[in-house]
Design a protein. Structure first.
Length: 176
């Protein structure tokens, strides 16, 4: 099981998903044979997919669902995808642990090669590229690390465990 799978937030989202129609499209494959042949100079992609492991502990892409808008061009022997990934993120407020949601938009600029460099470029397989793993990487990098439900969130039990700005001020001010 992934690290993200242990978070209560992830389990909750997974339950919500199983109650709805379960989307299954986990790949976003673009056939680039016309680019490689030179008969077109760009392929526009505007499509949706479900990301594999769409989160990190405490934050995820809601339902793993993203829309990818990109242009794929040939560059020498490789292919370059340039665009953006759009979705909705959900995460735990770092003070009160309530769920916070917000719009996710991540830039995507990735290179695909016949002989990819591990960790740097992605594979071309029989003139096809799968944009889903690149979209996942871009989306996960754009997740908020320690969001707040609001700037003045006081935490779950402010009377006993002050965690909000007042507590920070108290510490900084030396009890003035
Ligand atoms: Zn909060």
């Amino acid at each position: 099981m992934s690290a993200a799978g242990r978070s209560g937030l992830t389990a909750r989202a997974a339950r919500e998903r199983s109650e709805q129609e379960r989307p299954t499209r986990r790949r976003l494959v673009v056939d680039c044979v016309r680019l490689d042949a030179g008969s077109v100079d760009r392929i526009e992609v505007d499509d949706e997919c479900i990301l594999h492991e769409p989160g990190v502990p405490g934050a995820l892409v809601v339902d793993g669902a993203v829309r990818l808008e990109a242009v794929v061009r040939a560059a020498g022997g490789s292919l370059v995808a340039d665009g953006r990934v759009v979705g909705v993120w959900a995460a735990e407020c770092r003070r009160c642990l309530e769920e916070v949601r917000g719009p996710l938009e991540a830039p995507l600029q990735e290179v695909f090669e016949w002989e990819p460099t591990d960790g740097e470029t992605w594979p071309i397989d029989d003139h096809r590229i799968d944009l889903a793993p690149a979209a996942r990487e871009a989306a996960v990098l754009a997740l908020p690390l320690a969001p707040l439900c609001s700037e003045d969130c006081a935490g779950p039990v402010p009377g006993r465990f002050p965690t909000g700005p007042a507590a920070a001020d108290f510490t900084a001010g030396g009890g003035v």
